[in-house]
Design a protein around this ligand. Structure first.
Ligand code: SF4
Length: 347
């Protein structure tokens, strides 16, 4: 039997019961695919349900404030996904008369929609013959066909894409793509794949040649950079100064004023930086704790230190707040606030 028939037969018996599986509404599929990028399934389901209950359709999302979307996205990371969802919802609502594009070529023009999401939406919602290429599919294809091209190199994409087209069925394109995603998560897993009970074992070259552990091939490990973030916690009576972030992964969210550097900085450096930033002299700072709070992102390890300044800054940047609940903030900010809330006089 062909590989695609084996996969579809397996899917018909084993498909996961996910909240977006019983709809072909492109809005729901789009939201689910964006949330699931870089997210564990369990966490993805939780955020998807919350997102859909707050923004049940395109119109509601398009008419909402970006701040509300970021608030709901807190803790999920990769916040550009939330900003792009909001931007594109407004674009479809205002410029495309609320008509979700159906073809890959139209979908890929939308902000935040790349090859993977355009293929997923066009196949799942509109039955277009577009194969998806995510980590699961790269892994399955590389093992079944023993493809040695490193999956993390751009020029390998073409090889995998051609193979993905070659093995597509001639119908049920949406089911087939979802079947591959489920199969990769449940059977052909990154570590300890279930080869002995796998329906593809008879057609899988890596299994036949006992080389499963060699695939997928990666060129190098991603370089993770270390960065130092020194935050200034300005406390004035029961209020704290926070600023909106202008750029980067946390754009439009809020945080304490920060001094970012590649090398470690001492108290003198931190005082100098913030004295210049806020045009103040004799800045008196004390570390909230002698320990760092470490925070890992995909490409950066952040070592963060928080410095307390108890007074009011005379400047017109940022906003003084007594509660952070209405301001979208990163996980790192929440980690700090949670750990030191008593010390900061927060209940
Ligand atoms: S036999 Fe093993 S490596 Fe091959 S497809 Fe099945 S689970 Fe993956």
């Amino acid at each position: 039997m062909d590989l695609n028939k084996l996969i579809l037969k397996w899917y018909d018996k084993n498909k996961r019961d996910l909240p977006w599986r019983n709809t072909k509404n492109p809005y729901n599929i789009w939201v689910s695919e964006i949330i699931l990028q870089q997210t564990r399934m369990e966490q993805g389901i939780y955020y998807y349900n919350r997102f859909i209950s707050k923004f049940p359709d395109l119109k509601t999302l398009a008419n909402s404030d970006e701040k509300e979307v970021l608030l709901l996205w807190q803790g999920l990371g990769y916040y550009s996904r939330a900003r792009n969802l909001h931007f594109t919802a407004k674009h479809i609502f205002n410029e495309l008369n609320s008509q979700f594009p159906e073809t890959y070529d139209e979908l890929i023009k939308l902000k935040g929609i790349g090859d993977y999401t355009a293929s997923a939406i066009s196949s799942i919602c509109f039955e277009k013959a577009r194969p998806v290429l995510d980590g699961n599919v790269f892994r399955i294809i590389s093992r079944v066909f023993e493809i040695k091209n490193p999956i993390d190199l751009n020029n390998s994409r073409k090889v995998f894409k051609e193979k993905a087209y070659e093995i597509m069925p001639n119908k049920r394109f949406g089911d087939y793509n979802q079947a591959l995603m489920d199969f990769g998560s449940i059977i052909c897993k990154p570590v300890n794949p279930l080869c002995s009970s796998c329906v593809l074992s008879k057609v899988c070259n890596a299994f036949k040649n006992d080389s499963v552990g060699n695939y997928p091939v990666k060129s190098t490990k991603n370089q993770v950079k270390s960065m130092h973030f020194n935050y200034l916690v300005v406390k004035n009576k029961s209020q704290f100064l926070i600023e909106q972030i202008n750029e980067g992964i946390w754009k439009n969210m809020y945080q304490f004023p920060v001094f970012i550097s590649e090398s470690k900085k001492n108290k003198k450096d931190v005082i100098k930086f913030f004295s210049e930033k806020f045009h103040v002299e004799n800045l008196r700072l004390e570390p909230v704790d002698s320990e760092y709070i470490n925070h890992k992102l995909s490409h950066i390890n952040i070592k963060s230190k928080f410095w307390l300044f108890e007074d009011k800054m005379k400047h017109n940047r940022g906003v003084y707040v007594s509660s952070f609940k209405d301001y979208p903030m990163s996980k790192l900010m929440h980690k700090f606030i949670e750990k030191y809330k008593y010390k900061l006089g927060l209940s």
